[in-house]
Write a protein that binds this ligand. Structure first.
Ligand SMILES: [Zn+2]
Length: 267
């Protein structure tokens, strides 16, 4: 199942009603195509999980151990035309979740290093869990630059990032994150990175696009002030032509942190 898509919302700015696009932050593939390791059904929550009843189904497979080794594409060290430092934004996203993890378990969730990645990895079909793209201890963050590959993964211009995971018995056996900086305004890149790293910890979205369930509330009709709407793990973010129109979500909020405690194992 791919969580992505394009939506439009009306937003009032400076007394005007402007139509701004909303980009799907991530395509999270649960179960990874082949169906070998279907994810999501048997994720157990630990005793300290205090997520609301209508978010109890909002979790994906947990990682196998901590810290998770993350190998980030060294090409992120090439900056945006406006000077935005993507590598630093990724480091910032990691720091955010490590701080959350420290509060929950007293240890970091992620340990990051940068490396040159192979073309094979860039071209991988991560929806096939038979293909090797990392292992249970290490995952890659790839800088996507290729529209053809992106389209093959069923993403378009409205999707700047995607996390693919394969799980077995509720535990991740491999995962990979693609970030496509050209699909998002540079100032919003950190928000996308924070969101994707939330997925890689095992958080699904804060609400479900489309019809909801008793244990996973629908995003439809959530007021703009609702904590699920404000969370970094809300499935879409508002874009715009200027900074004042853009939505920034670079810090996990209370709801994100409460849910993180349901997927981060106790030390
Ligand atoms: Zn997402």
């Amino acid at each position: 199942m791919v969580w992505c898509g394009t939506m439009l919302v009306r937003k009032t700015l400076r007394q005007l009603t402007i139509l701004v696009s909303v980009i799907a932050l991530a395509g999270v593939v649960s179960g990874c195509g082949s169906g070998l390791f279907p994810e999501g059904e048997d994720v157990l929550v630990n005793g300290s999980c205090a997520a609301p009843t209508d978010q109890m189904g909002s979790f994906m497979g947990r990682v196998q151990g901590y810290p998770i080794e993350v190998v980030v594409d060294a090409s992120f060290e090439k900056r945006a035309p406006d000077g935005t430092d993507y590598a630093r934004a990724i480091g910032y996203a990691v720091d955010q979740w490590n701080a959350v993890s420290q509060r929950i378990s007293g240890r970091d969730a992620f340990r990051v290093r940068f490396a040159n990645l192979t073309d094979t990895l860039r071209q991988v079909d991560p929806s096939d869990c038979n293909v090797q793209f990392g292992d249970e201890d290490t995952f890659y963050v790839v800088r996507e630059t290729n529209d053809e590959h992106w389209n093959k993964l069923n993403f378009g211009n409205s999707v700047p990032g995607a996390t693919f995971r394969c799980t077995r018995s509720g535990r991740v056996v491999r995962q990979i994150v693609f970030l496509y900086p050209d699909k998002v305004a540079a100032p919003q890149f950190a928000s996308v990175a924070v969101h994707e790293f939330g997925h890689s910890l095992g958080l699904d979205h804060s609400c479900l696009q489309g019809d909801g369930r008793d244990d996973f509330r629908s995003c439809d009709a959530l007021p703009s002030t609702h904590e699920y709407r404000q969370a970094v793990m809300f499935p879409v973010i508002i874009t715009g032509h200027s900074l004042s129109e853009m939505e920034f979500k670079a810090t996990p909020l209370f709801n994100d942190r409460v849910r993180a405690a349901c997927v981060i194992d106790p030390a």
